[in-house]
Design a protein around this ligand. Structure first.
Ligand SMILES: O=C(O)CCC(=O)C(=O)O
Ligand SMILES: [Mn+2]
Length: 223
């Protein structure tokens, strides 16, 4: 990672998709055809379209999706997406504790591929299901859990292409966006969450369902 930047670097281009060849390996493993993005993050194709479609279909029907609510300006409102958690440890999310639950085989196999691609292990994955363009995710950073020594996040997208936006946590400045396509991987390296927030805004385009999987490492709870 380069030196800390107050805002996304000039290398980020709005709406740019994967395609640029990588010159440097990630975590000691070469990941070809990636686009280097903001402050050490990158996006690239991970799963072939048929493989991504098979996984999407499997997860849409096979995952126990949960509907939750969130508090905005003192009001309880439905969360505009469905979620599920699989991981070695419980996670606190949206005001609830989601218990530890072993990763199903397909998600464990994907964790191993991500470990190879990014050079970091993963022991948990948060799944978000965006049913259509009205489902979205507001500005936040993935820093509300103890990631121990493995602070990178690997984010796999399946289904409809949605724009993922990033902005500096401090100092203002515009956000930059990248389209996350079916079967793509976005890598957010250690240190990224401390500097940046991210969001998946609503879209007026008619889009079908999208599932995003954020793979994380969570340290064992102390005490
Ligand atoms: O859907 C996405 O691409 C982002 C999901 C996300 O930010 C999260 O799960 O924390
Ligand atoms: Mn996030």
């Amino acid at each position: 990672m380069g030196p800390p930047a107050a805002r996304p670097s000039a290398a980020a281009h709005d709406g740019q998709g994967p395609g640029a060849a990588a010159s440097s390996p990630a975590g000691g493993q070469l990941f070809p055809h990636r686009l280097d993005w903001v402050d050490g993050s990158w996006v690239g194709p991970l799963l072939a379209p048929a493989e991504a479609s098979a996984l999407l279909g499997h997860l849409l029907t096979g995952v126990p999706w949960g509907d939750h609510s969130m508090r905005i300006l003192g009001r309880e409102v439905p969360m505009p997406r469905r979620i599920a958690w699989f991981g070695e440890h419980a996670i606190g999310y949206s005001g609830l504790v989601h218990p530890a639950r072993p990763l199903p085989e397909a998600l464990r196999a994907l964790a191993e591929r991500l470990e190879e691609a990014t050079g970091q292990p993963y022991n948990g994955v948060l799944l978000n299901l965006y049913r259509d363009g009205d489902d979205a995710m507001g500005w936040h950073s993935d820093d509300d859990f103890d990631a121990g020594p493995h602070r990178g996040i690997a984010s796999v997208s399946l289904g409809a292409t949605r724009r993922f936006r990033v902005r500096a946590r401090r100092g203002g400045g515009p956000s930059v966006g990248v389209d996350l396509e079916h079967g793509s991987l976005l890598w957010m390296p250690p240190g990224f969450q401390e500097l940046h927030q991210h969001a998946v805004p609503r879209t007026r385009r008619a889009v079908g369902p999208r599932i995003n999987l954020t793979y994380r490492w969570m340290a064992a709870p102390s005490g």
